[in-house]
Design a protein around this ligand. Structure first.
Ligand code: FMN
Length: 173
């Protein structure tokens, strides 16, 4: 995936609203509340019927979601910090509590109720997930300031060679 500047814009999650979604047993979104739609930057109808990984941020380690699914499939409640990607590629952090929805004692859906994450905790979790991804051999997040002219040169060359900047850097190393 190409990294772009818009990915560094954070949306603050309001303190006084709940963010709710429900999915079927496969993780396809069946319901979102208005706050969920607003924070994610999508219209509700763009989300319903889509897999919940539509919001997946590349900074999230795979193991977090494995743990989530192992837990909820065992009919237990999963709680954890999630960094999500908005439609405009910005991001927001939530603390999610995910559990089953039961009808006549039978598991029919999953629900997720989210709350804001204090700033200090977001920073801590970013480092923690960066480390996990590195340990798990996934993509590493590298953030660096480049002089404008260096960036422009890379961009021009990537365009000329019809590749992403990420790929170009990989080829140059
Ligand atoms: C009720 C529920 C809510 C979920 N909410 C999110 C979410 O907000 N963001 C997210 O990336 N994944 C969420 N997931 C997990 C996704 O289903 C998916 O496992 C994850 O995005 C990783 O994508 P992948 O399984 O395709 O690797 C949720 C799952 C369930 C059951």
């Amino acid at each position: 995936m190409d990294i772009t500047f818009d990915m560094f814009i954070e949306t603050e999650v309001p303190e006084d609203e709940v963010i709710i979604s429900r999915t079927d047993l496969k993780g396809i979104i069946t319901y979102v509340n208005d706050t969920f739609a607003r924070i994610s930057g999508y219209a509700p109808e763009e989300l319903i019927g889509k897999p919940h990984n539509i919001l997946r941020h590349p900074d999230m380690p795979k193991s977090a979601f494995k743990d989530l699914w192992d837990t909820i499939k065992a009919e237990k409640t999963w709680e954890g910090y999630v960094k999500n990607m908005r439609k405009d590629r910005g991001y927001y952090w939530v603390y999610a509590v995910i559990s089953g929805v039961y009808k006549e004692g039978k598991l029919v859906e999953y629900k997720s109720i989210r709350s804001p994450v204090p700033r200090e905790k977001r920073i801590e979790m970013q480092y923690y997930y960066d480390e996990l991804r590195m340990k798990e051999g996934e993509k590493v997040r590298a953030v660096s300031y480049l002089p404008q002219e260096v960036y422009e040169k890379l961009k021009e060359r990537a365009e000329r060679e019809e590749k992403s900047i990420e790929r170009l850097i990989g080829d140059l190393l």
